[in-house]
Design a protein. Sequence first.
Length: 564
Amino acid sequence: MDFKQQVVDTLVKVLPEDITEEQITNLIEKPKTSDLGDYAFPTFILAKTLHKAPNMIAEDLVGKIDTDGFEKVVNTGAYINFFLDKKAFSADVLNAVLTQKDEYGNADDGKGRNVPIDMSSPNIAKPMSMGHLRSTVIGNSIAKIISKLNYQPVKINHLGDWGTQFGKLIVGYKMWGSVEEVEADPINNLLKYYVRFHKEAEDKPELDDEARAWFKKMEDGDKEALALWTWFKELSLKEFQKIYDRLDVQFDHFTGESFYNDKMDAIVDTLEEKGLLKESRGAEIVDLSEYDLSPALIKKTDGATLYITRDLAAAKYRKDTFDFVKSLYVVGSEQAEHFTKLKIVLKKMGYDWADDIIYIPFGLITAGGKKLSTRKGNVILLDDVLNDAVALAKKQIEEKNPDLKNKDAVAEAVGVGAVVFHDLKNDRRDSFDFNLEEVVRFEGETGPYVQYTNARALSILRKAGDVDYANAENLAVTDVEAWDTIKMLQDFPNVVERAAKTFEPSVIAKYVLKLAKSFNQYYAHSKILADDEGLKARLALVKSVSTVLQMSLGLLGVKAPEEM
Ligand code: ARG
């Protein structure tokens, strides 16, 4: 049942005719605390038409309102405060959650249409950075959230597996590397050559020429160059896969930049046909000065293609292949200008669907206030971060619940979950400093706190044994302490929709923290398992809370252990 609509319908009957139902709907507020009611209507806008003070208007209207179906309707100053019938409301909400289960909060906005999500997209032969971790977990969560609205996400890993950096890597490897060393610890050693290349090239610019020549060989299909590149790529993918497995993230496509090698000529041709390509010092560019932007560099002097050339081809390929309604790119905010240019060039090419490309930026993760960079070699290794988090989780579990079965599996779920949750709980555009201790705290605004709350709810349900919730009449929880929790359960579908519209997993994370907190307050103030006539309804509430906690964690890509 739509309780807000009930308020609107009631108001329509007593308000002047010139105020529309839509206006009323938009004016209705939710009071900050429940003692001011569940919905409130401000009467200020009526003062002009009715020539009366707003609080007088509110008082008058309250006298005329049909309070049937409400607990009560009162006025506080200029506001009309509606108190919902708690019994009807709670029965309605709990029933919805218990019968719809995992489908609670689903909607059909997306009608099954495809939404490619460009996510993770690490660079071959380099460690996966904290930025790529962010892209991975934000993209994964957005995929789950929009799925609830029946969009069909297509998760694409646009690997950085092409470009001049591979020329540098080949030069570095040939000078300082060996098969044995690379096989022993692929990514770290490949990174070592890359970092050393940059250092030495500062004094020896001829190294850069060599690197360019090797990349050119790759583009021309040279056997040796491509064999090395393939080898680097396979080793890297194997390492990345370990992290994806731990995060439980799957991709639909691993189509990296190299996938577009044979699809760029068509793009360059179109640019040419439309008269968009210009020559500038031997390079081919699209001039963007009318937008106050530096030109989009399409081809270098030696004919080598660039990052944006490959992205143009990728965008077009995705439209042709998936006929998307929206095409998302979860990429750090430092690439904002790149995506602005990408969209402008596509628009200039005549592709109106460029408007459906949505760039989803996120802030930087710093360590000790410093920016992390693979070039300088000061990366945080993701695998180490996850290992440390899991070790910390294990330590806490040993202290709190030494008899727990499958401790290691739970510690993995808690440690990894903590890192993921921490990443998602702030607005994605915010930058934050990474501090492990803070991430894996078991109290406060953390993933483990939510996981723990769910485990506690499940333990209550285990104690209660099998319960049949089929009888709706009995599901009315009238305890005042439960009221906020029940209202939050009712709000879940709106929360999912808001998260989906803004591509903002933090909306879910903030919600689930609040739900956990409010449930813990209820738990502290009531005897849930007391054997009285309200027992079944209270258990229905516990069950509904755990259902929604689990679903929310699931939408964030965080596991929910049954015990911890
Ligand atoms: N590999 C790039 C990087 O690490 C990110 C790629 C993002 N996706 C894209 N279609 N440009 O910076």
